[in-house]
Each structure stands twice: as C-alpha cells, then as structure tokens.
Design a protein around this ligand. Structure first.
Ligand code: PMP
Length: 362
C-alpha cells in the first residue's frame, strides 16, 4: 500500500507511535490480561492512568495549580452550552467574538441560556481576503461575566494569534483545533476547552481547563455531567467516562513529552505551515484567502477558484495517498490540516502533488 497522509480536520491523524503502543497493549494492559477498555474506571490502574494524564498535561502545557483539568463528554459543542450554564453570574450577560463558523455556533448555543452580545471580528476585504479586525475589548469587557472566542476557526483556517485584551474580564476560549500546538499563558484565560479529536487524541472526550474560582457557580438546572463543580469533585467521573479515549489521550501526552514537549511541536508546525503557505503564495494556480497575520498554522485552506478543478484535485490527491483534503462543505475548496501528528514528509508530499497537478491542469 502507498503511504497515506491523512489531512483530516478531525477526527484527525494520531501519532503513529501512540497507535503502535495502543496496539501492543490492546489485549493485555498493565499485565491485567484484559484491555484498558474492559476495566473499571474506578479501579487502581485506571485511577493511576488519569492521575498520570493530569500530571503529564500540567507539565506539558504549564497548567497553573489554581486550574482544574476536566475530561468531559459531549464534545466542544457540549461546552458551547456548559460554559454559559456554569459561568453566567451577577452580570447576566456574555460577550461573544465572532471570527467564523465555530465561534458563531458557540454564540448561537449560548443564546439558549443567557443574554449575549456578539461582535463580528473577522471581515472580508475587497479581494475576498478574510482578516481579524479587532482584538482589544478592554473598554467594554467588564460589563460581561465572560468573553468567549475561538482561537482557531477550523473551517476557514483563521487563527487569532494574540490573546484578546479583555482587561480583568474572564476570557473563555474554544481551542479545539489548535490546543497544545504552542505554549500559551494559561493565566490569561478563565476557561479553555477543546474537543480531543485534533491534537489530543480520538473523538469522544473533551478537555476543559478551568480556573478554580470559576467553579461552583453553575445555575441550578445545569445537568450534573456538565456542572464543573460536580465533575471536579468526582475526578470527571460523575458518569462512566470514555475510558479508551482518555487512555489514548494519556499516551499522546506521554509521547509529546518524550518528543521534547510543546516547543518542539511549535517549531515543527511553523515549518510545515510555512512550506505550504510559501508554495501557495508563489503559485498563480492556487490561492489562500486568509490575511497573513491570521493564517492558521493548523488548517491551511486553498482553492483553484474553480469547483470542477477542486473536485478533480481532491479525487486525484486521494488516489495518490493524500487523504481528506476536501474543504468543509460550508466553504468548499481544499483544506490541509497540519495538526501536531502530521509529519513534515506529509506536507512535502502534498506540495509535490500540487506542483504536478498544477503542471497538468493550469
Ligand atoms: N470548535 C471548533 C473550533 C471545531 O473545530 C469543532 C469541530 N470541528 C467544534 C468546535 C465542534 O466540536 P465537537 O464536534 O467536538 O462538538
């Protein structure tokens, strides 16, 4: 079989080494004679696994001691609802920054639970290029219980690289598609959440990192599974957790530590994205429509500006072992997701294919 590179936006590529470990341990985990997915989540070995995962993640991502790490279910969309249920307080209102599809979806869901103000912060210029127009909200943020934004819009490939200024207000971030791709100053955030299925592990588990003083204020009608206080007091096990997904995340953290930590990935990710954007910029055949300061390091979108050619591109790329390059249905075109697990060889292979396709079709 030809080598396959999987550019899927999520569920996405996992590190090969992690899959091999999981394969080797599948039938006999911790010498228990069973797989990890067949043991009690409250048993000694699984409790050790989650304690180690917490420790490794804290170390890797420099999570301060006054933050709790929760592993929940319901995906990032579950958090679209859980955040207002838990964080709306005395001010009764939240501010949502709209930079594209996912931040808009978060705002839409939040409206079911509280009053919100929504500000559009991404605009298209006369050439169709999308850029982020505003990141300072310090003049208005104190009216709100929290300010929500999405660090990386997975569909368009718009990444907000500087942390918005919200003064002393609580900043909440959906980091589903760029979490742990670079070190951030977690103390600037009240709460961070991310579905695991891009940089952390498989689908089915959702990471929440929340400052302790924000826990314990959920409205009464909050379901226990999404009540941060209830979950924090129960080791994220108010119900049976997705144990196999949690295990795979723990292997990803261990693997990242063994590779040298987040900074190693940041450098690799920058190299991969730079290679592809530089190639796009010199080409007259392909185009990326994102303003340079907001070009995502994780999701690189491009198009030939011709739907038929785009379809041909995706079909031929798939046949050449370059999978899942079709852009999201709301945008069309192509998208190459270059998450932490994508090796540089994948990007090189993609560029070689793009050159060949251009020569044959320009
Ligand atoms: N936010 C972002 C930035 C995403 O990319 C996605 C999924 N692609 C979601 C939220 C929704 O995540 P989930 O499917 O885990 O609910």
């Amino acid at each position: 079989m030809t080598q396959v590179f999987n550019f899927s936006a999520g569920p996405a590529m996992m590190p090969q080494a992690v899959l091999k470990t999981a394969q080797a341990e599948l039938l006999n985990w911790q010498n228990q004679g069973t797989s990890v997915m067949e043991v009690s989540h409250r048993g000694k070995y699984f409790m050790e696994l989650i304690a180690q995962a917490d420790k490794d993640l804290r170390h890797l991502f420099k999570v301060p001691d006054n933050y709790k790490i929760l592993f929940l279910q319901g995906g990032a969309r579950g958090q679209f609802a859980a955040v207002p249920m838990n964080l709306i307080g005395a001010k009764g209102k939240a501010l949502y920054l709209n930079s594209g599809h996912w931040s808009a979806m978060a705002a839409k869901e939040a409206r079911n639970f509280c009053e919100i103000d929504e500000i559009s912060i991404a605009e298209k210029d006369e050439n169709g290029v999308i850029g982020v127009t505003r990141t300072d909200f310090s003049d208005i943020a104190d009216q709100y219980d929290y300010v929500h934004y999405c660090t990386n819009e997975t569909i368009t490939g718009v990444q907000i690289k500087e942390v918005p200024n919200v003064g002393d207000a609580v900043l909440v971030a959906d980091m589903s598609s760029d979490i742990m791709s670079k070190q951030i100053d977690i103390s600037k955030f009240g709460l961070i959440y991310a579905g695991a299925q891009k940089n952390l592990g498989p689908a089915g588990i959702t990471l929440v990192i929340v400052r302790e003083d924000l826990i314990g204020h959920a409205r009464r009608a909050t379901p226990s599974i999404w009540n941060y206080e209830v979950q924090a007091n129960a080791d994220s096990m108010i119900n049976t957790p997705p144990t196999f997904a949690w295990y795979l995340c723990s292997l990803v953290f261990r693997h990242m530590l063994a590779e040298g930590g987040i900074d190693v990935y940041t450098r690799r990710n920058a190299t991969k994205a730079e290679l592809l954007y530089n190639f796009l910029d010199q080409s007259k055949f392909y185009r990326n429509y994102i303003a340079k300061p907001n070009r995502s390091v994780m999701n690189v979108t491009f198009t030939t500006d011709n739907d038929e050619l785009n379809m041909k591109f995706v079909a031929e790329a798939t046949a050449a072992g370059l999978h899942a390059l079709k852009g999201h249905k709301v945008l069309g075109g192509m998208r190459a997701s270059l998450y932490n697990a994508m090796p540089i060889e994948g990007v090189q292979a993609l560029i070689e294919f793009m050159k060949k396709f251009e020569a044959e079709n320009a």
